[in-house]
Design a binder for this molecule. Structure first.
Ligand SMILES: NC(=O)c1ccc[n+]([C@@H]2O[C@H](COP(=O)([O-])OP(=O)(O)OC[C@H]3O[C@@H](n4cnc5c(N)ncnc54)[C@H](O)[C@@H]3O)[C@@H](O)[C@H]2O)c1
Ligand SMILES: O=C(O)C(=O)C[C@@H](O)[C@H](O)[C@H](O)COP(=O)(O)O
Ligand SMILES: [Zn+2]
Length: 357
């Protein structure tokens, strides 16, 4: 699939896609393969593939999960790039989940003011969302992804063989971004997940469809000035939950709660019917994702004000004006926000433990 925009690129999806690395980087002198410890074997295979293609490749290890998305880890990568003499004609390869593709993408965007990045996502979430579209970044004490750059990849190799080793809780977390795409743009995704909420029966079609939704949005609006913002459905509350939980919640699990919150907000604004709001909760629950969160509402609201969609003093939320029809709701009435919060917070559940299967 081609992602259009200022620098078009291919997303190769399917078994064995990682083997395309040699072709994608043919003629490149040097490549740094960035990965976290759990993906050491895949990174080793990538280094071998690249070396066989005549590319001097070396692996660099970063911390696992969200712990990779810090200024300190990014600075460590810049040190490694310097040590290895990476130049603008060379490349970075990221192998891992969205945390590693975000981090390595950011390091590549900033090193020498931009070297090529090839994204090799190994989590479902990475394949359907994080590795595609060129948003790269790290977190700060103030919030999620607050430092970053738009840096489209040279290619994305989504090797579905990698999913065999992915823990179930991580697979489910990725499904949150898939169902998000269903709600904002592709009703067939909702039908497929209604038919099998585990996402296992239709994984290949779900990945294709979700990547298509993302590719259409970012191909049209790389810099997040218009329709790309709709990919942020559910993320205003989700990012605040992640920050408040010190990034201990999985991104997709926070997004799941955020989707139900955004649906309730649209219900308050009479943009969604009760049945449409309930469809969010019912489907997301059936998928085994959280729909409720026990937290401090005042704190969450102040963190939401640092969201990148906020403008000045205005809070802006992506909501649906009917299923498949996203729009922006600016400064909703406090009573609507409070009612939407009450609907996701009334029966608190224990936060999912990081790393649980
Ligand atoms: N840039 C974007 O457009 C974008 C979009 C969505 C999400 N994100 C970001 O992506 C991150 C979440 O990504 P994620 O859900 O992939 O989490 P993650 O990167 O933290 O990976 C989750 C866990 O799964 C492991 N893992 C990944 N692939 C594996 C495999 N094949 N086998 C075994 N273990 C594997 C990782 O090592 C990690 O322990 C968040 O930081 C989020 O903000 C970015
Ligand atoms: O690609 C986008 O644009 C998205 O909004 C996709 C989101 O799923 C993703 O989590 C993204 O990283 C959020 O972007 P941010 O600009 O709110 O940090
Ligand atoms: Zn997301």
């Amino acid at each position: 699939m081609t992602v259009h925009g200022p620098t078009p690129y291919e997303v190769v999806i399917g078994p064995g896609a990682q083997a395309e690395l040699g072709l994608v980087l043919a003629g490149t002198a040097k490549a740094v393969v960035v990965h976290a410890p759990p993906l050491a074997a895949a990174a080793g295979a990538a280094v071998e593939t690249l070396q066989s293609a005549g590319v001097a490749a070396e692996a660099v290890v970063v911390p696992d999960g969200e712990a990779a998305k810090t200024a300190e880890v990014a600075a460590g990568l810049w040190e490694e790039f310097g040590r290895l003499g990476l130049t603008r004609s060379d490349a970075v390869v990221a192998i891992g989940g969205g945390a590693v593709t975000d981090l390595a993408g950011f390091a590549a965007a900033t090193w020498a003011r931009g070297v090529r990045i090839v994204q090799v996502p190994t989590s479902l979430l990475g394949m359907v969302d994080a590795a595609v579209g060129g948003k790269t970044g790290i977190n700060t004490a103030a919030g999620k992804n607050l430092v970053g750059a738009f840096h489209p990849p040279a290619a994305v190799l989504a090797d579905s063989d990698a999913l065999a080793g992915l823990p179930q809780a991580e697979f489910r977390s990725g499904l949150a971004e898939v169902v998000k795409c269903g709600f904002i743009a592709d009703p067939v995704i909702l039908d497929l997940l209604d038919g099998d909420p585990s996402g296992r029966r239709d994984t290949a079609e779900l990945i294709e469809r979700a990547v298509q939704v993302k590719a259409d949005a970012v191909g049209d609006d790389l810099y997040d000035l218009g329709r790309r913002e709709f990919l942020n459905y559910g993320h205003t509350l989700a990012h605040a939950i992640e920050r408040v939980e010190d990034f201990g919640w999985r991104h997709g699990e926070a997004v799941a709660v955020g989707l139900v919150f955004a649906a309730e907000l649209a219900g308050q604004a009479n943009l969604l019917t009760r049945a449409e709001v309930d469809r969010h909760r019912t489907l997301i629950e059936a998928m085994g994702l959280p729909t409720r969160y026990a937290g401090d509402w005042a704190t969450l609201q102040s963190v939401m004000r640092v969201d990148k969609k906020a403008r000045g003093g205005s809070l802006r939320f992506v909501v649906l004006d009917g299923l498949g029809n996203p729009t922006i709701l600016t400064d909703p009435a406090q009573a609507w926000l409070d009612a939407a919060w009450a609907a996701v917070s009334t029966h608190p559940t224990t936060p999912p433990s990081a790393g649980a299967a």
